[in-house]
Structures are given as structure tokens and as C-alpha cells.
Design a protein around this ligand. Structure first.
Ligand code: TRP
Length: 449
């Protein structure tokens, strides 16, 4: 059998895992979900969940992946000697397709916005024009479909090139750049008239706004943003070097994820209040607010090109991690080439993404339970599929996987993080599964808290 890939260096590992984690989830999804759920109270819960619940889940996924060095499905089989646990792997693969379907549509939007930035369409436009322009783009149907197709194609090329040569190489360049530009935009917010309102919206929690629904949304958003609950971190974990300290890795990545989301919030909410856009605008929030800033800002022309280029890059480093789950599985289990596996996966994603894009046209009949297919996929993945997946993963790590293998894997054979491990173990066995289960059941109305 061919030698299995391993990330080349510590920096490489951080940027690849970071590249998966930081994506549209932080810059596109986080601001609008926070906006719809009341702002600061949501942000508070979100940070709490990311550090207390998501980090241990990420460590569980790493341990499952690195100890087996197998794809997300085979890893479960290997650690559980048969049984039905690998069903969690199948759920993960299904989830990858559901997420990719709408993710590639938004990633396609970023490409349209790169084109419009280059054409200078935002310069000097007012917010009504920017909104009309955006609505026209989505309503055209074919434009978003074409861009989604182009995006899926690029994705395929990177995944085909393989883990070190494709994924790791691109991430090393793009991730640091992304961070810098976002920082710049957040700093620029200070000059906007809505700065104080924006900061208040993000930072002054009104705790009476916390409801079960807000907590559930924060949980789903955190899993989405940290790429958890479907085997991405199992798959990437299988490429992590044996000597890597996974506590440090997960900690670094989680903090970066939260920081990038907050920076995105700081870049966006002051603009929301300056240009009279509703914080509850939904998926188009970022695409409506930022062009207004670019329209007015000195150097807005270049900064908008750069920003959408980076948003696109953040998207592609995440979407390849979703695709990699499917491709690693397909080429290892069916003994087909990586190339072939990538092409089959992409063809499927292209069809699903087309349906999602078309479902966003006004009056489209592609709806499920009153939501268009895009919204349905977007909601069902974070509200149900990821929490269920994450729940199964911690149960597996805490109760099914051999205790020794798990401990050894995380502590690198009792050499690192022994103290953290002692706290982590009961969290993974008891606290986290209980919290997820209780939230989930009460969200379904099966339990009243
Ligand atoms: N975390 C990525 C983002 O924030 C998206 C993503 C990549 C993802 N892999 C995932 C989401 C696995 C859920 C599960 O954009």
C-alpha cells in the first residue's frame, strides 16, 4: 500500500487545520447568525461553547484519526471491531455533501463579487443600488450556478493534487493574508458613524435574550465553524505527525477561529448600523454591508478586490477539507485513484449546488418544509447533522474506543498535556454528551429544561 500522507511541518499543520476551520463560517455565516440571534448574548454563548465543548470534540476527532491513520469511515471500523459505529462515518459523508452543496454557492458569490470589484461596480454606489444589484444577481439563476460550477472545478483540482502538494501549499500562503486584511477592515470600522452601535450590538449582552434556540444556534454555528461533527478532523487528524502536540494545535486553531469570527463581526456590524442595513438580513448580510464600505472608503477599489479574493481563498481552503473526507474515503475503500474519486465527488456536488442556487430564485419550487433548498441544507446541517455527528463522536471517543489508545494518542505516550487530559476525559465522557443531548432533546420539544 502507498505510504499515507503526513503534513510536512508544524506550521503546515496549523495552517491546513486552520484553513479548514476559518472559512465562510466565520466571515459569512457567523455575522448573520449572530445578527438573527440578537448579537452579543449569542456571541457570548458562542465563545463559551467553542472553548468548552468544541475543543474537546476536536481533540476526540484528532485522536480517532491519528491513532488509526484511516479515513473517517475506516477509522471507526478499525477502532470498534465491526458493529455499526461506521454508520457515523456514513453520516459524515452525507453531511459533507449537504454542506458542500450550499457552501459552493456562497463561494461562487465571492467570485462574482471579485468580478464586480474589478469592474468597479461598487465605487460610488448607494446602498439601494448595491441591494438591487445583489438581488438581480441571485434572481438571474444562471449566474450563481456558473460561479458555483467554477468553484467546484477549482476545488477538484486542489484535492486531486493531494494533501501536501495541493492543500498544504495553498493554505500556507492564503491563511496569513486573510487574517491581515480582516484586521485592517476591523480597524477601518472605527471611522464609520455606526461604530459605537456596532460594537454595542456585539459586546453588550442582554442576557434576557438567551433562549434555548439561541444556545442551539450557537452550538451548531460553533461546530460548523470549527469543522466538527462529520469527520473532517478525523481525516485531517490522520495526516497529523505523531510528534505534534494536539492540545496546542486544537487550542491555537480554536482561538484563531473565534478571533476571526469576532474580527468579521467588527468589520460588519458598524457598517450595518452606518448604512441602515438590517442585522437580520440573513445569508446576504456580508454581501450587502461590505460593498457599502468599499464604495466610500479611500482605496476601496483595491481593498474590495483583495477582500473578496481572500474570502474566496478562505472558502476554498475549507471546502477542500469537506471534499477530502469524501475523497479519502472513496479512494481508500474502492481502490480507485484519487483523481477518479475527486471527479466523482465533484460531479455530485455540482448537481446539488446547482439545485441550491436555483432554489434561491424568487418563486422557486425547490423547497422543503417551506424553506428553499439552500436554506434547508444550510439549517439542517448545523441544526441536526453536525450535533448528532459530534454527539456520536464524543460517545465513541469516551466510551467505545480503548481508554489506553485514546490517552496515549492525546498525550503522545504520556509526554504532553497530562493535566489537561485528566480534566478532558470526564468532559468527553459525561459533560459534553449530556449537554448536547439535553439541548438537542429540548430543542425538539422532547424535554423541558
Ligand atoms: N469550518 C468551515 C468554515 O467555517 C467549513 C467547514 C469545513 C466545515 N469543513 C467542515 C463545516 C466540516 C462543518 C464540518 O467555513
Amino acid at each position: 500500500m502507498k505510504k499515507r500522507s503526513t503534513f510536512g511541518s508544524r506550521f503546515g499543520t496549523i495552517v491546513v487545520v486552520g484553513g479548514s476551520v476559518v472559512g465562510l463560517g466565520n466571515i459569512w455565516r457567523f455575522p448573520y447568525i449572530a445578527g438573527e440571534n440578537g448579537g452579543a448574548a449569542f456571541v457570548f454563548i458562542y465563545i463559551l461553547i467553542s472553548l468548552m465543548i468544541s475543543v474537546p470534540i476536536m481533540l476526540s476527532e484528532f485522536a480517532i484519526g491519528r491513532s488509526t491513520k484511516r479515513n473517517a469511515l475506516r477509522a471507526f471500523k478499525k477502532l470498534s471491531d465491526g458493529g455499526w459505529w461506521h454508520a457515523v462515518g456514513y453520516l459524515g459523508i452525507a453531511t459533507a455533501f449537504v454542506i458542500l452543496a450550499f457552501y459552493c454557492v456562497i463561494a461562487g458569490w465571492t467570485m462574482e463579487f471579485i468580478r464586480e470589484s474589478v469592474a468597479g461596480s461598487f465605487i460610488g454606489s448607494d446602498s439601494a443600488t448595491i441591494k438591487a444589484n445583489f438581488d438581480g444577481f441571485v434572481a438571474s439563476g444562471w449566474k450563481p450556478v456558473v460561479w458555483a460550477g467554477v468553484f467546484v472545478g477549482l476545488n477538484t483540482l486542489i484535492v486531486m493534487a493531494g494533501v501536501e502538494k495541493g492543500i498544504e501549499r495553498y493554505n500556507k500562503i492564503l491563511m496569513p493574508l486573510m487574517f491581515l486584511i480582516l484586521l485592517g477592515l476591523a480597524i477601518n470600522s472605527v471611522t464609520l458613524s455606526g461604530f459605537a452601535d456596532g460594537v454595542r450590538f456585539l459586546w453588550n449582552p442582554d442576557f434576557s435574550k438567551i433562549s434555548l434556540n439561541v444556545i442551539m444556534e450557537a452550538l451548531g454555528q460553533s461546530f460548523f465553524s470549527m469543522s466538527l461533527g462529520m469527520g473532517t478532523m478525523i481525516t485531517y487528524g490522520s495526516y497529523i505527525n505523531r510528534r505534534e502536540n494536539m492540545f496546542r494545535l486544537a487550542g491555537t486553531v480554536a482561538v484563531s477561529d473565534v478571533v476571526v469570527a469576532i474580527l468579521a463581526g467588527l468589520a460588519i456590524f458598524p457598517a450595518v448600523f452606518s448604512f441602515g442595513i438590517s442585522p437580520t438580513s440573513g445569508p446576504e448580510l456580508v454581501f450587502l454591508t461590505l460593498p457599502n464600505i468599499f464604495a466610500q472608503m479611500a482605496g476601496g477599489y483595491f481593498i474590495s478586490i483583495l477582500f473578496f479574493l481572500l474570502l474566496f481563498s478562505a472558502a476554498i481552503t475549507s471546502s477542500v477539507s469537506l471534499m477530502e473526507v469524501v475523497v479519502a474515503y472513496a479512494c481508500e475503500e474502492f481502490r480507485i485513484s484519487r483523481r477518479m474519486a475527486a471527479m466523482m465527488a465533484s460531479a455530485t456536488v455540482a448537481v446539488l449546488a446547482t439545485l441550491c442556487a436555483v432554489s434561491q430564485m424568487p418563486d422557486s419550487a425547490l423547497t422543503v418544509g417551506g424553506l428553499n433548498l439552500f436554506d434547508f441544507f444550510n439549517n439542517v446541517s448545523s441544526d441536526y447533522m453536525l450535533p448528532i455527528g459530534a454527539f456520536m463522536i464524543v460517545i465513541f471517543a469516551g466510551w467505545k474506543m480503548s481508554r489506553q489508545v485514546f490517552a496515549n494518542e492525546l498525550t503522545n505516550g504520556a509526554t504532553v498535556g497530562m493535566r489537561i487530559y485528566t480534566v478532558l476525559r470526564p468532559m468527553i465522557r459525561y459533560v459534553i454528551p449530556l449537554v448536547i443531548a439535553m439541548l438537542f432533546l429540548s430543542g425538539l420539544g422532547l424535554l423541558t429544561l
